[in-house]
Ligand binder design. Structure first.
Ligand SMILES: Nc1ncnc2c1ncn2[C@@H]1O[C@H](COP(=O)(O)OP(=O)(O)OP(=O)(O)O)[C@@H](O)[C@H]1O
Ligand SMILES: [Mg+2]
Length: 249
């Protein structure tokens, strides 16, 4: 089988990205591509630069050097709002869900649907949220449940459905399975594959290499801010990835 990376055009292209915080080099000359219909694993030891990379692409931090292009356009997002408007979402471990609000309110947070008269369309949003949850196989979840009552895995589901609703083309997931129960981890991994099958480009960060190799199409390894290797998931092994994480090739 031909790797996905060779059959679909790149959605995200990163070239020579570097970032330092004072004297700490967080990223050094990082280049890679992410594709629609593909899950790219991003692994590396603590402090390797994974979160920094995500924050630069999504407009949280500014790079010191390098170029980013998204959907064939050179981009330089100044804020997360700008990257979101372009179709890039980030799901962090501590996702920005509001516990006091209901599921549908979280899906439409900051972007409430209004009718022609400017009135908030509550019923429509509840119906849209129910439809989304169903599409993701989360139909046991009611859109009017308060998010504070949900399990960690269900919250990830809400965050993912929010991303899906807003026509997301690229999703970064920074350790979405950390601190979840086994069944919930499986659920999130299945959602990642669902997103991929719907044509989204997914970049998935995890410290669990078994989980990564079972989920991703390609895996990129960072070591002290540098790319130490990019491998087809079917053609590598945990041992090789660990060696790359330690900086050997
Ligand atoms: N805002 C910041 N100010 C100063 N240094 C930072 C900042 N953010 C990250 N760093 C440093 O940059 C390096 C890369 O950190 P980063 O958070 O990207 O690593 P990571 O690969 O996500 O690690 P982990 O697996 O532990 O989440 C580290 O040395 C870190 O201390
Ligand atoms: Mg991190």
């Amino acid at each position: 089988m031909t790797p996905v990376a060779e059959t679909t055009p790149a959605l995200l292209r990163v070239r020579g990205l570097s970032k330092h915080f004072d004297h700490v080099v967080a990223l050094a000359n990082v280049s890679f591509e992410a594709h629609a219909h593909e899950v790219l694993g991003l692994v590396g030891d603590n402090g390797a630069g994974k979160s920094t990379l995500i924050k630069i692409v999504s407009g949280v931090y500014r790079a010191n050097a390098g170029e980013i292009s998204f959907a064939d356009r050179r981009v330089d997002f100044q804020t997360p709002r700008e990257s979101r408007a372009a179709g890039i979402e980030v799901i962090y471990q501590d996702m920005a869900l509001v516990d006091e609000l209901e599921v549908w309110e979280n899906v439409f947070l900051g972007r409430l649907l209004r009718n022609g008269l400017g009135m908030i369309e509550r019923k429509r949003m509840i119906a849209e949220a129910a439809h989304l949850l169903e599409r993701l196989g989360l139909d046991s979840l009611s859109p009017t449940t308060q998010v504070g009552y949900l399990s960690g895995g269900q919250k990830k589901g809400v965050a993912i459905s929010r991303a899906l609703y807003w026509d997301t083309r690229l999703i970064f997931m920074d350790e979405p399975t950390a601190a979840l129960a086994v069944v919930e981890i499986q659920r999130v991994l299945d959602l990642i594959k669902t997103l991929r099958d719907r044509g989204v480009a997914v970049v998935f960060v995890s410290h669990n290499l078994k989980e990564v190799l079972a989920t991703v199409d390609r895996v990129m390894v960072l070591h002290r801010g540098q790319v130490s290797g990019i491998r087809d998931a079917r053609e590598t092994s945990e041992d090789e990835v660990i060696r790359l994480m330690m900086g050997s090739t």
